[in-house]
Design a binder for this molecule. Structure first.
Ligand SMILES: NC(=O)c1ccc[n+]([C@@H]2O[C@H](COP(=O)([O-])OP(=O)(O)OC[C@H]3O[C@@H](n4cnc5c(N)ncnc54)[C@H](O)[C@@H]3O)[C@@H](O)[C@H]2O)c1
Ligand SMILES: O=C(O)C(=O)C[C@@H](O)[C@H](O)[C@H](O)COP(=O)(O)O
Ligand SMILES: [Zn+2]
Length: 367
């Protein structure tokens, strides 16, 4: 692994780099200037958990040293902050900080901060520039591709936009302070990338999961580079989800329903892990793949210390109702990305409710 690696993402709004490496936060000012030479000011949106560390100070100091006037705003940690109410508070901060159309909004945190700050950047003054500075493992997925959104009580990410960042600045040193549960959660999206596009990567994850879960930084960096490359490749070929980008939604029809029924109780990656098992089981029922895929998937999820069962507290009918609000659905049909073999998936737009119910019931946690 190089000390720093860069991936390029193709985007209609302007191609951008994903920079992955160590000690990148200190370079934030110069890097922001390099992609936004005429920047007038910055709003740095920070996850409240990060106040225990020096990350925000480092970024802010670097921006100011490069002549970029910066206002910092802190957002309460957790999924509940991905709301219209928090977005409204941030709009007020944008006005109070005097942000204009040449300003930039930076997201320092995990997927919650990235999605929320990105949504505000997409809409404030009809759109200002946006930079992602991910600090969770999961946000390797969330920071690339320009999907930004807030949640509604009825469903995840129901209000949003495609607003690509000008730069993704991924300082892997920040992952040293990530709680173990969040490390596992992030692993779910990497496993997903293996299932949908890259069998060799899936096998590599099988061989290296012990080191990855232990937080070994070299292995983590290698994993992030390949996983980000899968994501970058897919969003570069289909930025606005006209076709293949939907494959990134493997596990998510079920995951988003679980999350919407119990906001905040499950980390996103935990819900995706359960969703991948249920959706693979649907695929077996429809004859698209064989049981061996589930055995392999389950073993890797277990090694990543991720859940695999539908919690008995969640009502199956309510889950199905939530799935009908999924963004892949047309005419309220049940749409799923289904694996055919590791590395390959297809999109099935109208799966029988009885098949989905049976798969959900089969995966309910034994009491
Ligand atoms: N836009 C996309 O393409 C996309 C992709 C995947 C997920 N998402 C969204 O991302 C969100 C989940 O993101 P997440 O898993 O990063 O959750 P998160 O942003 O809530 O972060 C997880 C937890 O880690 C804490 N944290 C963050 N960085 C830390 C650090 N370096 N050290 C210690 N603690 C730290 C946070 O305070 C939080 O408690 C969901 O809302 C999901 O829908 C979006
Ligand atoms: O980038 C994508 O496209 C994805 O589907 C990545 C998912 O991991 C992510 O959770 C995304 O936010 C889901 O998108 P949505 O359109 O179903 O809200
Ligand atoms: Zn996801």
């Amino acid at each position: 692994m190089n000390p720093q690696a860069t991936l390029r993402v193709i985007s209609a709004g302007g191609d951008y780099d994903v920079r992955i490496g160590r000690h990148l936060l200190i370079e934030a000012g110069n890097l922001v200037r390099s992609v936004c030479p005429d920047v007038t000011s910055a709003l740095l949106v920070v996850d409240s958990s990060l106040l225990a560390f020096t990350y925000a100070d480092t970024v802010e100091t670097s921006l100011i040293a490069c002549g970029i006037p910066t206002v910092r705003t802190v957002v309460a940690r957790g999924e509940a902050s991905k709301s219209l109410a928090t977005a409204e508070t941030l709009y007020t901060h944008c006005v109070d900080a005097g942000l204009d159309r040449k300003s930039v909004i930076l997201a320092l945190g995990g997927g919650v901060i990235g999605d929320l700050a990105g949504f505000v950047a997409a809409t404030y003054m009809r759109g200002v520039r946006f930079i992602q500075i991910p600090t969770t493992l999961l946000a390797h997925d969330a920071s690339i591709g320009g999907k930004v959104a807030i949640n509604l009580p009825q469903g995840k990410n129901l209000v949003g936009a495609f607003h690509p960042p000008r730069l993704v600045l991924y300082d892997v040193e920040t992952l040293r302070t990530l709680p173990a549960r969040e490390r596992s959660s992030g692993m779910a999206e990497a496993i997903k990338h293996g299932v949908i596009r890259n069998e060799a990567f899936f096998s590599w994850l099988e061989e290296n999961m012990e080191n990855l879960i232990a937080g070994e930084l070299d292995a983590t960096e290698q994993m992030l580079y390949t996983s980000c490359a899968v994501k970058a490749e897919i969003v570069s070929e289909d930025e606005t989800e006209q076709g293949t980008r939907a494959f990134l939604n493997f596990g998510h029809t079920v995951a988003h329903a679980i999350e919407a029924l119990a906001y905040g109780q499950f980390a996103h990656g935990e819900a995706v892990a359960i969703g991948m098992v249920v959706e693979s089981s649907i695929s077996v029922s429809l004859g698209h793949c064989d049981e061996a895929l589930i055995v392999r998937l389950r073993a890797l999820l277990a090694a990543a210390q991720l859940p695999q069962h539908v919690p008995p507290s969640l009502d199956v009918d309510a889950l199905i109702a939530a799935m009908r609000h999924d963004k892949k659905a047309t005419k309220k049909q049940l749409a799923f990305v289904l694996p055919t073999r590791i590395g390959h998936v297809l999109l099935e737009r109208d799966v029988e409710e009885s098949v989905v119910k049976a798969a959900l019931r089969a995966q309910i946690a034994p009491s």
